[in-house]
Write a protein that binds this ligand. Structure first.
Ligand code: PGA
Length: 226
């Protein structure tokens, strides 16, 4: 299974999000090779829009198998008097995935290991699969994580994607459980994506900038899988 995860971050309003979904679903429906891979369980497309749009977007993707939604983050609290927080409990039934520990959360919101491990535990409690992000082999991650995203800070949003050979070296250092999918993120584009998948050791991508345009996002999927 190959994963293509679109992390929209704090971009797009409702109108833009709906227009994106129209283009994305139209293009995928007209693309038999991608449809075959989605239907055959070889490919999963995961969209991580801003949380308020999740319900509308869930409705729009319901007819295509293996396109799913992720939250970009969840609260470290389970429920209660935490104004403004979006909890795993709130999101349960709405998303199957959540990103946890993105380097922007670590940097701007000072989220450290304890908080991130708690978030991963809460996600699992509410049947949400964490896409746990690490910045280097120094960052710890919870045991039994199904999706681990390696995103070196030097590569995020800079145009300096990390060489696939270096990425694989990091993977080898991590000694992952064979069932853990290893995802790369950082300046992934249509031009560079294929190289990562060719190794057979990288199971997909977490894509920021290039996922904001549905045609570029589909371009990455097309170019790397064919
Ligand atoms: P980028 O972002 O693709 O824009 O480098 C990746 C990410 O932050 O997940």
């Amino acid at each position: 299974m190959k994963y293509f995860i679109a992390n929209w971050k704090a971009n797009k309003n409702l109108e833009e999000s709906e227009a994106y979904l129209v283009l994305l679903t139209q293009n995928i429906s007209a693309n038999q090779p991608i449809l075959n891979k989605l239907n055959g369980g070889e490919l999963k497309i995961i969209l991580a829009p801003p949380a308020p749009f999740l319900p509308q977007l869930k409705f729009k993707i319901k007819d295509i198998k293996n396109i799913e939604l992720a939250a970009q983050d969840i609260s470290q609290f389970e429920e209660g008097a935490y104004t403004g927080e979006v909890t795993a409990k709130t999101l349960s039934g709405l998303v199957n995935y959540t990103i946890i520990g993105h380097s922007e959360r670590r940097e701007y919101f000072k989220e450290g290991e304890d908080i991130l491990f708690r978030k991963a535990e809460l996600a699992k409690r509410y049947k949400i699969n964490p896409i746990f992000c690490i910045r280097s082999s120094e960052d710890k991650f919870p045991p039994q994580i199904n999706l681990l995203a390696y995103e070196p800070v030097s590569a995020i949003g800079t145009g300096n994607n990390e060489n696939p050979i270096e990425v694989i070296k990091i993977k080898d250092q991590l000694k992952l459980n064979p069932s853990t999918a290893f995802i790369y993120g950082g300046s992934v584009t249509q031009e560079n994506a294929k190289l990562y998948l060719q190794s057979g050791k990288i199971d997909g991508f977490l894509i920021g900038q290039a996922s904001l345009d549905p045609l570029q996002f589909i371009g990455i999927i097309n170019h790397s899988l064919t």
